[in-house]
Design a protein around this ligand. Structure first.
Ligand SMILES: Nc1nc2c(ncn2[C@@H]2O[C@H](COP(=O)(O)OP(=O)(O)OP(=O)(O)O)[C@@H](O)[C@H]2O)c(=O)[nH]1
Length: 271
């Protein structure tokens, strides 16, 4: 069945920000160390300015004619926070409903979520609540949530009172801030607020050289390595069984040439 995706309502838009925390216990902030990764997820309505917020944060730039996000874009920025370096890994996904199903891929494993609405659009504030619900139900436990009411430079046409946002944020224990990507208002503060809310690093994760051991994202990498090793192990096992069967049959299954090559050194498996 063909679905005309352009006719779907364009509402929810996820934006994932991953925060990596680099140790600076030796005071060498710029020195590349082992990394502890934590993720932050941001979700919002389309056109509320999430790409603009990221662009302002990462490049200190605002584009009036910014194109709608297609699929997802990725940016990073490292900022000092206390005696640590926090590296934000930011996935900015398209703000259209048709991309909604991709959202869990981004917010799973995230350390925090920034949910953006447009202060001039009441609808975007309702959408925000849906995202909060989804994050609470399906997001990581203890995810830090931050609400950003963007376009505060347009407060003369405001539809969402700051009071409403504050009350709501309080009720869910989220950070709340009104931002303007256009005028660079509260963008740094938003990300600083997230940094500060990220739980302190576990001392056990600090290795002997003072660096922070690899965290969540590395764990994912490690999982992949373990998975690859498991697959290799299964293959080796399968090959051993295959050889054994060959011996029992008094022949070489699948052709002896392969077996001789793999055994190496010209030695043969057969006694
Ligand atoms: N006045 C004003 N306009 C803004 C602000 N931030 C973004 N915009 C404008 O809002 C429009 C949408 O901005 P985007 O950053 O593309 O919004 P988005 O939420 O990423 O949209 P999608 O990529 O479709 O998900 C653009 O025309 C921006 O120039 C702001 O702080 N103030």
């Amino acid at each position: 069945m063909l679905v005309d995706v352009t006719s779907l309502p364009e509402t929810l838009a996820p934006l994932l920000i991953a925060v990596s925390i680099l140790s600076d216990s030796s005071g060498e902030l710029e020195k590349q160390m082992e990394v502890k990764h934590r993720r932050v997820t941001r979700v919002n309505d389309t056109g509320v300015g999430k790409s603009s917020i990221v662009c302002r944060f990462v490049q200190d730039h605002f584009d009036h004619n910014i194109s709608p996000t297609i699929g997802a874009s990725f940016m990073t920025k490292t900022v000092p926070c206390g005696n640590e370096l926090h590296k934000f890994l930011i996935w900015d996904t398209a703000g259209q409903e048709r991309f909604h199903s991709l959202a869990p891929m981004y917010y799973r494993g995230s350390a925090a979520a920034v949910i953006v609405y447009d202060i001039t659009k009441q609808d975007s504030f309702h959408t925000l609540k849906k995202w909060v619900k989804e994050l609470k139900e399906h997001g990581p436990e203890n995810i830090v949530m931050a609400i950003a009411g963007n376009k505060c430079d347009l407060s003369d046409i405001r539809e969402v009172p700051m009071k409403d946002a504050k009350e709501y944020a309080e009720s869910i224990g989220a950070i709340v801030v009104e931002t303007s990507a256009k005028n660079a208002v509260n963008i740094e503060e938003l990300f600083q607020g997230i940094s500060q809310q990220i739980p302190p690093l576990d001392p056990h994760e600090i290795s002997n050289n003072g660096a922070i051991k690899l965290g969540r994202q590395t764990s994912q990498t490690e999982c992949k390595v373990v998975m690859a090793l498991k697959v290799m192990w299964v293959l080796v096992l399968a090959r051993a069984v295959w050889k054994k069967v060959g011996r029992n049959d008094g022949g070489r299954p699948g052709g002896g040439a392969v077996e001789e090559e793999v055994e190496g050194g010209g030695s043969k498996a057969e006694p």
